[in-house]
Write a protein of this length. Structure first.
Lengths: 121, 109
């Protein structure tokens, strides 16, 4: 069974760069989609982007295109989400989630515990 | 843009039925998944591919999808069902591949 472990809480200043991670264990990392989801305090879930590590197919939400970069390192079964210049509006909890199958319509049945990103102005 | 519209809140008495809708034009042509999120926790999948339930999810949770509306139904509601619920569509072949609904807060009276 898949297990997703995310990197820990980050406290940063506006303008700084950041890369958070989502390590997968218990299944074939390359064969399942991994999504990144943002949740601002008191708000709903927002899809940021998704990657298929097997062929590095990456799709971004139009709302996040150009603002973040999604990547994966198959050698360490880890997906990443990175910013080059954080803003105060990036304050949020960030989740990774993996699909139940390799299908392009798969539900996301395993979620990481979340990474809290706090950005001060 | 593709937006999945949910009612902001639903209130239900224990033992009654809660109905949560997820609306978008022709959503019946897509596969809809539903997630439950309790405060301070990551989302949990409760219904997938419109009507299926993951193992461990009570039969009280059921789904349907037709026309312009997908629906999550919680029968015999319990206090532990109080949470936020989100619908989701994911289709890698779509111009808008992945979308979450706006979310519904279910309050058990």
């Amino acid at each position: 069974e898949a297990l997703l472990v995310q990197s820990g809480t980050e406290v940063k200043k506006a303008g700084e760069s950041l890369k958070i991670s989502c390590r997968n264990s218990g299944y074939s990392f390359s064969d399942f989609w991994i999504a990144w989801v943002r949740q601002k305090p008191g708000e709903g879930l927002e899809w940021m982007g998704i990657i298929y590590p097997g062929d590095s197919d990456i799709r971004y939400s139009p709302s996040f295109q150009g603002l973040v970069t999604i990547s994966a390192d198959k050698s360490i079964s880890t997906a990443f989400l990175q910013w080059t210049s954080l803003k105060a509006s990036d304050n949020a909890m960030y989740y990774c989630a993996t699909g139940a199958t390799a299908s392009g319509t798969t539900p996301f049945d395993h979620w990481g515990q979340g990474t809290l990103v706090s950005v001060s102005a | 843009s593709y937006v999945l519209t949910q009612p902001p809140s639903v209130s239900v008495a224990p033992g009654k039925t809660a109905t949560i809708t997820c609306g978008e034009y022709n959503i019946g042509d897509k596969s809809v998944h539903w997630y439950q999120q309790k405060p301070g926790q990551a989302p949990v999948l409760v219904v997938f591919y419109d009507t299926d339930r993951p193992s461990g999810i009570p039969e009280r949770f059921s789904g349907s999808n037709s026309g312009n509306t997908a629906t999550l139904t919680i029968s015999r509601v319990e206090a532990g069902d109080e949470a936020d619920y989100y619908c989701q569509v994911w289709d890698s072949s779509s111009a808008h591949p992945l979308v979450f609904g706006t979310g519904t807060k279910v309050t058990v009276l």
